[in-house]
Design a protein around this ligand. Structure first.
Ligand code: AMP
Length: 442
């Protein structure tokens, strides 16, 4: 059984890794409610405390079907724990096939939801500043949830907008003005949404960065995309028109978000182009997973002593008696596997061989890949560290899990570009085709 984390709550599997540590699944053993918990070790990440405070202060005021719901946080023994809506559908990049993308109807649906979330953020004066497929989670109904507010900031307060000047984000996704000068928040976020759409439709990033240092970007600026070999080659005139408006170099010439939403391509509808939750008026019923009932989740969340006066409106006041430090029990190891089936991920397969042979085969493939280093852990895992085509660090973990008498090989991105990670996964999967049990993935 998994460890009893706080009375009545079990600590489940690791969902992922962020800049400041792991994200774990926590499950209520009576009701089955699932919550994601970010664990931040303040001794290890000495600069994390301020970031966490800022991030949670922004996130706690947000409530929208396409924005990851924040439940609260607690502190205990040098750790900060942030409780968030659990997304069992994984990350958006996982749905993007390298060099292919995804079905247009799916891309359109995700894009609509992304814009809806971003429109809401901007209406609340919040700029996200790091929109990319790795930060777009999917819930059990495949709805987009904008996550990771680590770089978010307020750009409008009491109706007064301020320009931003911090150069932040992820190079292939940032708007050109972010690299140059003080910039307006909304057009910059919208630009990143446009790049997300390009990746969804083509499976590639259009350029490494939007500057004169990059030929692909220069080509785009002079309008040399039509008929070229880039990501544009399979796109229709309709969506190219839409993208031309979003990816305008000069933010003054960029389409406004409302204009993008009313573009004809956005409303093209095919019979199976169903937008889950789009006609739901109340946030409470459009949530893909119910807000955990107050009585239960309250037990997880500590007093937010540093900013207690702010109300976390999705949660009732936390119960004192369940918030005592002594009730936290993180030393027991949680069992792997108990909740393994809850997370949807494309980057995995079953193999028809034993663990020893599987690792031998995998490491042989890794040996053939350039600039690739790996470390085998004692808990049946391999951490692979490499660099991608943009010379950016790429770290992913491979876990071997016994499941129903078969061996599941599960790949998870730890750091770096999701698309590049998927490219490596596809390469490895091809090389191991003879031991993979066909049709067994996911
Ligand atoms: P972050 O620290 O927000 O960058 O999260 C790191 C990784 O943990 C993400 O890329 C996801 O794979 C996973 N993760 C984060 N939050 C959640 C959540 N609410 N539900 C499920 N998985 C999550």
């Amino acid at each position: 059984m998994a460890a009893d984390f706080v009375e009545g709550w079990l600590l489940g599997q690791t969902l992922g890794e962020g800049a400041f540590g792991e994200v774990k699944l926590v499950i209520n053993n009576a009701t089955g409610e699932a919550v994601a918990m970010k664990m931040i070790d303040l001794r290890k990440y000495t600069d994390a405390a301020l970031s966490v405070k800022k991030e949670t202060a922004i996130q706690r005021s947000l409530r929208h079907p396409n924005v990851l719901q924040y439940y609260g946080k607690r502190s205990h023994a040098n750790f900060e724990y942030i409780f968030l809506e659990y997304c069992s559908g994984g990350e958006l990049f996982d749905r993007i096939e390298p060099d292919l993308g995804m079905a247009v109807k799916d891309a359109r649906r995700y894009f609509r939801q992304l814009l809806s979330g971003v429109e809401y953020l901007h209406s609340r004066g919040v700029a996200h500043r790091d929109i990319k497929p790795e930060n777009l989670l999917l819930d059990q109904y495949d709805n987009i949830k904008i996550s990771d507010f680590g770089m978010a900031t307020m750009f409008r307060f009491k109706g007064v907008e301020r320009l931003l000047d911090r150069r932040c984000g992820t190079l292939p996704y940032v708007a050109p003005e972010v690299l140059k000068e003080p910039y307006r928040a909304s057009p910059a976020d919208l630009w990143s949404c446009g790049i997300v759409l390009v990746t969804m439709l083509s499976g590639v990033l259009p350029w490494d960065q939007p500057s004169s240092k990059c030929k692909n970007y220069e080509d785009w600026c002079i309008g040399g995309v039509l008929g070229s070999n880039g990501p544009w080659k399979t796109m229709t005139a309709g969506v190219l028109g839409l993208l031309t408006g979003i990816l305008a170099d000069d933010p003054q010439n960029r389409s406004a978000l409302e204009r993008v939403q009313s573009h004809p391509w956005m409303s093209t509808q095919s019979s199976d182009d169903i937008d889950y939750g789009s006609n739901l008026e109340e946030f409470s019923i459009s949530l893909s997973q119910p807000l955990p009932s107050g009585d239960h989740t309250a037990s997880l969340i500590a007093h937010e002593t540093d900013d207690r006066e702010m109300t976390c409106f999705s949660q009732p006041i936390a119960c004192d008696d369940l918030l005592l430090a002594s009730q936290m029990n993180l030393t027991q190891s949680a069992s792997q596997g108990v909740f393994q089936k809850l997370v949807k991920r494309m980057t995995r397969f079953f193999v028809g061989c034993e663990y020893a042979q599987a690792t031998e085969r995998l490491t042989a493939v890794l040996r053939s890949m350039i600039q690739c280093q790996w470390k085998i852990s004692q808990t049946r895992g391999i951490t692979v560290t490499t660099t991608d085509n943009r010379k950016m660090q790429l770290i992913y973990k491979v876990n071997f899990i016994d499941m129903d008498g078969k061996l599941l090989v599960d790949f998870r991105l730890s750091k770096g570009c999701g698309l590049e990670f998927k490219r490596r996964f596809v390469q490895i999967k091809k090389s191991l085709a003879d031991v993979i049990i066909q049709g067994s993935c996911n």
